[in-house]
Design a protein around this ligand. Sequence first.
Ligand SMILES: CC(C)(COP(=O)(O)OP(=O)(O)OC[C@H]1O[C@@H](n2cnc3c(N)ncnc32)[C@H](O)[C@@H]1OP(=O)(O)O)[C@@H](O)C(=O)NCCC(=O)NCCS
Length: 367
Amino acid sequence: MPDNDFPPADVIALLQLLEREGIPVVIDGGWAVDALLGHQTRPHEDLDIAIRHSDAQRLRMVLEARGYSEIARPDTTAFNFVLGNPEGHLVDVHTYEFDAEGNHIDGLPYPPESLTGHGTIDGHRVRCITAEWLVQFHTEYEPDENDFRDVLALCRAFNIPPPAMFERFLQGFGPEPPQPSRSRANPTGDEAMIIRPTEPSDIDAIASVHSAAFGCNTEADLTLALLQDPTASPTLSLLATRDRHPVGHVLFSKASVADADARAYLLAPLAVIPAAQGQGVGAALIANGLSALAQSGVILVFVLGHPGYYTRHGFAPAFPLGYTPPFAIPEEHADAWMVQPLGVHTPAATGGVLCADAINREEYWRE
Ligand SMILES: CC(C)(COP(=O)(O)OP(=O)(O)OC[C@H]1O[C@@H](n2cnc3c(N)ncnc32)[C@H](O)[C@@H]1OP(=O)(O)O)[C@@H](O)C(=O)NCCC(=O)NCCS
């Protein structure tokens, strides 16, 4: 983390302070992206906020009383200024003003509907720019790699077509393995559900989730085998807990497409304990996993599973796109073999999909 990181707990403390002072805040910028995604994807050196211009004077007073002062910037205006404190926290303030009819009359020209988003930071519901407008705002200046990752993650999570100007970044997407940050997913409004990467000490919890969900040990054994399989590495293993009790787990293992230069992963297995099913745990595990994979440059994610479930999460039948599984699947179950492209373009399929050794056995490919 850089020295001037603005951590989530400090963001929430600042928002609560401004709320107590009667200053409504809408989060913009990188923190708005992470609020919408429901987890922190990278450190943020500042907190961008949009406030009414008529609140700007009061905001300055409140923050100056807590050690903030204006940081001179070449682009400073009455509507766009930065306040910083001795700890290195930077608040990038953007102001706007609408009349009673909602017409823009002063400050930055935020469309009123752009200010209506909601997200989650550190388990707290916050107001932020909507995903559609954040993507649009990113097209209004020359984007860097962080912008690309933000836009791609938003487009993927909110089913927004990526703007054409971001396509060139796909070429330079970095090859580092998936490393999601510890994250808090909150699809059901349940503050206590956390999704985090697993640790070696989670082995028993992982096995018990799969055994409970599937009613046998087959998937539990497969999961543990994949976690130890060097050909599956680096795996992405996410555990959902509620009140510290494990309720769900998903594993993504490394795969490849023969003759195609595309980073690919296989989603398997996914399990949610019976008592927690139907509450969005599976959806949150999938969304968190795909977001982390997309941000690490993975282009394709495959799954063999229930079409009715996975098509709700962005997967589509893979055979029509030319991807064949490691083992033959009966024709009547062909639509259980699915793929989700995480980039703008679906790479051309020139061969079958190869998976890690531990799951490269026919018995795992009978849907
Ligand atoms: C499948 C499973 C992972 C879903 O997790 P979950 O947390 O219950 O799922 P979510 O809460 O995100 O989604 C629930 C929705 O998916 C639907 N759904 C669940 N399983 C489904 C299936 N096999 N086919 C179609 N839809 C399905 C539910 O009916 C529910 O629909 P609703 O929102 O309209 O009420 C979980 O039920 C489970 O672990 N099942 C046993 C193991 C298993 O089958 N794993 C998947 C292997 S491919």
